[in-house]
Design a binder for this molecule. Structure first.
Ligand code: ACM
Ligand code: ZN
Length: 764
């Protein structure tokens, strides 16, 4: 009893303290620490705060330099002292009991801060945590007189996975050394520790190799990109590479270079065409995709060049692991090449897949003699896996499962959860929309250990990685947009124990992380602030319940119903509401008085065909079904996003449907809408016809409307095909839309089936 009372007293004091303290705002650390206790009271860092290292960390003055660099936006600079004072200290303490070399404990009291670890890496992560206990402005580039007060906390923390990576493709677009350093800073900020640098591609060779100057003289430059007529390129000198590697090292990040082989190698082949099967000539590729010309696997000179390149690479990169690519290597040239066929014969290989395996194993053997190991994309499993290779599973998780079962190490980077070139929000609102859809919450939901693996096999899963392919990211600000805040979600997947991950809790902490991005001037994606307009048909099927939400919690939503642009003077959303007449809903979100989202729009049409019976006479696509037949009279208008679900797609065939109004009804107007998006092979119909009937059997002569939008228009177009019928009485309405059937001659899909996308048939 006595003890309980005492405990109660302590808790009351702690609570009182944390309520009264002016710095007791919510603590938002990402990735979430293993345990965090707020103890009450606070500590303020000032110019007199002494940094003191334990003996074991004496060689790591750069930790103090790093911290001072971060503090340089304030008026505070810390000095390293040899004696630990009794108060006002920042102690980097050695604690050999902390087994995880990246683990640390962090304790702040009114006397000072103690970060303990068994390795300098742990101290570094303790510093990252300190930065996140400070005001977000510590991430600013502008100097200010910041108050460096933190709450008194006890934190025990360590990462779940050893491999916590982010990849950057500099082949498709080149980014400056300063930009690459920024990227490394973002990795460090999220307590991640691997930078996978994709340095060679069909579209450009980006690393200076002294022995082969043509690799960059020729291979680093392409004459244009996808027909834009603009020369593009660049490369990193060896001095710049060293600078970047050092910069990463100071942040305890290993740079893993990727020298891609045998495919994706036109950058090199443009410089040295004799290393191809055909002899070339080649240009550095200007079109994205997978290309058939690859290194000749039968030519000894290929291996000579690659080994010499790797010799220079391993001198520049201390990483134990060298990534050798291995993905997307078509075998067309090898099948027809006498040298490749001779190699297959001589080595007793079964086919070209085994030839690829020969290629990779030979490179692995070479690197093993230099005490380095290879990482390759999951295609290196085909034809037999190199014995010591680590597999990066990207085409799903199956490659990772297979490799782990074979006893090889694995890094999980499936497209489904780790491809940060996929779009994040509504594609209408995205600057670039490639591949699939990967919103923040889906990244957060990722579990890197496949269920199929036993406990022992699972030990081979070393971690996970974000991949940022740059085909459609011409500028570094585009990279920032794709990376953040999704990297925050992945960092927690990498760091936090599986059972402690919680999306709602993450999203609450993310608001502060976003403040940090904001003050740092990073072009992070605000997709999570875009408003989703949820529509649910009411029970009597004559109105809609509308629910507005954002992926990110804490945003304020404002909306209009008359088609005008909303702002924070518009109606503020608090709970779902009902709509029983035609309305155009527009919604935006704000945070701290600042507009955070694009405008989301949904048109609701309550009209005479709404909810009526419809029979569709031609087959529609299962992928784009608009929710089935009812989708065309469901009162919801398709948006300009073809994937958003409002549209019904017809591949190569016409569209024909009959709407039954249930009884003879007086009508004035009939409309149906169509989408054109020629990049996706979706074209306007050639014409649309309407005809009418009282009995559903004998129809009037059709009224025809021709399309007026050129099918060469690259813009996303939505067109209404509307007719006025002036007080006509009818029960059945037939709608027919003529498909152009085949993509036109000039189109990239020439001769392929053209699509019609139709939505809402409205009758007024
Ligand atoms: C890849 O995305 N081709 C590894
Ligand atoms: Zn060949």
């Amino acid at each position: 009893m006595k003890n309980l009372k005492f405990l109660f007293l302590i808790i009351s004091i702690i609570t009182l303290y944390s309520c009264n303290s002016n710095s007791s705002k919510q603590i938002s650390i990402i990735p979430k620490p293993d345990s965090l206790v707020v103890n009450g009271g606070e500590f303020t860092i000032n110019n007199e705060t002494a940094i003191v290292y334990d003996e074991q960390f004496k060689n790591y003055e750069n930790l103090a330099d790093y911290l001072n660099q971060r503090l340089s936006v304030t008026n505070v600079k810390l000095n390293v002292k040899s004696e630990l004072p009794s108060s006002n200290y920042m102690h980097f303490a050695f604690n050999g009991e902390i087994k995880n070399e990246e683990g640390y404990t962090f304790k702040s009291t009114s006397d000072g801060i103690t970060i303990s670890a068994s390795n300098a890496r742990g101290i570094f992560y303790g510093i990252q945590t300190l930065l996140q206990l400070l005001p977000a402005e510590i991430y600013s580039k502008e100097k200010s007189d910041l108050d460096l007060t933190i709450q008194n906390v006890s934190i025990i923390d360590e990462p779940r996975f050893k491999y916590r990576g982010a990849h950057l493709d500099v082949g498709r677009h080149f980014y400056s050394t300063d930009d690459v350093k920024k990227y490394i800073d973002y990795i460090a900020m999220h307590k991640m520790n691997k930078f996978h640098w994709h340095l060679t591609e069909d579209q450009g060779w980006r690393i200076e190799i002294k022995k082969y100057p043509k690799l960059t003289e020729i291979g680093a430059w392409r004459k244009e990109t996808m027909g834009d007529g603009k020369k593009h390129g660049g490369f990193y000198t060896q001095e710049e590479v060293k600078e970047i590697v050092k910069y990463a090292e100071d942040r305890f990040i290993t740079v893993i270079p990727e020298i891609e082989m045998p495919g994706h190698s036109l950058g090199a082949l443009a410089a040295y065409p004799e290393l191809s099967c055909t002899g070339g000539p080649f240009e550095v590729e200007t079109i994205f995709g997978v290309h058939k010309d690859v290194y000749c696997a039968g030519n000894e000179k290929t291996f000579e060049l690659l080994e010499n390149v790797l010799l220079e690479v391993i001198d520049l990169f201390p990483s134990k692991y060298i990534h050798i690519g291995g993905d997307e290597c078509p075998k067309d040239r090898w099948e027809k090449c006498s040298k490749c066929q001779a190699r297959i014969h001589k080595e007793g290989l079964k086919n070209e897949h085994e030839l690829q395996s020969y290629f990779i194993k030979r490179i692995e053997d070479f690197l093993l003699t230099k005490d380095r190991l290879i990482i390759g994309w999951d295609e290196i499993l085909e034809g037999g896996l190199a014995p010591n290779a680590t597999v990066m599973s990207w085409r799903g998780i199956e490659g990772g499962i297979e490799a782990a079962k074979q006893g090889n190490d694995v890094i999980m980077t499936p497209t489904s959860h780790c491809y940060f070139d996929y779009y994040q929000g509504n594609p209408e609102n995205e600057p670039v929309a490639i591949g699939g859809y990967l919103p923040l919450s889906k990244v957060y939901s990722y579990e890197p250990i496949p269920e199929e693996l036993s406990e022992d096999e699972a030990k081979h899963v070393k971690g996970t990685q974000a991949n940022v392919w740059s085909e459609y990211l011409p500028e570094f600000k585009d990279v920032e947009y794709m990376l953040l805040p999704r990297l925050a979600a992945l960092s927690e997947v990498c760091w936090s124990p599986k059972e402690k991950r919680n999306l709602d809790d993450f999203l609450k902490r993310l608001s502060e992380q976003i403040n940090r991005y904001e003050v740092a001037g990073i072009n992070y994606a605000k997709s999570s602030y875009n408003v989703s307009i949820g529509t649910k048909l009411s029970e009597n099927k004559n109105s809609f319940d509308i629910e507005l939400s954002t992926e990110l919690s804490g945003a304020e939503i404002y909306y209009t119903l008359d088609g005008t642009e909303p702002n924070n003077n518009s109606e503020k959303y608090s709970k779902p509401f009902n709509i029983n007449s035609t309305k155009e809903i527009k919604a935006v979100s704000y945070s701290n008085g600042k507009l955070m989202s694009k405008v989301s729009t949904k048109k609701i049409l309550i009209h005479k065909a709404f909810g009526k019976k419809i029979s569709i006479k031609t087959p529609y696509s299962e992928r784009y079904d608009a929710g089935g037949e009812f989708g065309l009279v469901d009162g919801i208008y398709g948006s300009s996003s073809f994937t958003a679900g409002g549209w019904q797609g017809y591949e190569g065939n016409d569209f024909e449907a009959i709407v039954d109004l249930g009884e003879k009804v007086n009508i004035n107007k009939v409309n149906s809408s169509y989408l054109q998006r020629i990049n996706s092979w979706i074209f306007m119909p050639e014409y649309v016809e309407y005809s009418f009937s009282d009995d559903g059997e004998i129809f009037s002569d059709p009224t025809k409307i021709d399309n007026t939008i050129p099918n060469t228009s690259g813009a996303v177009e939505v067109k209404n095909f509307e007719i006025n019928v002036n007080d006509m009485t009818t029960r059945y309405i037939k709608v027919f839309a003529k498909n152009i059937e085949k993509c036109p001659e000039w189109h990239t899909g020439a001769g392929g089936k053209a699509w019609i996308f139709v939505d809402e048939i409205t009758v007024e």
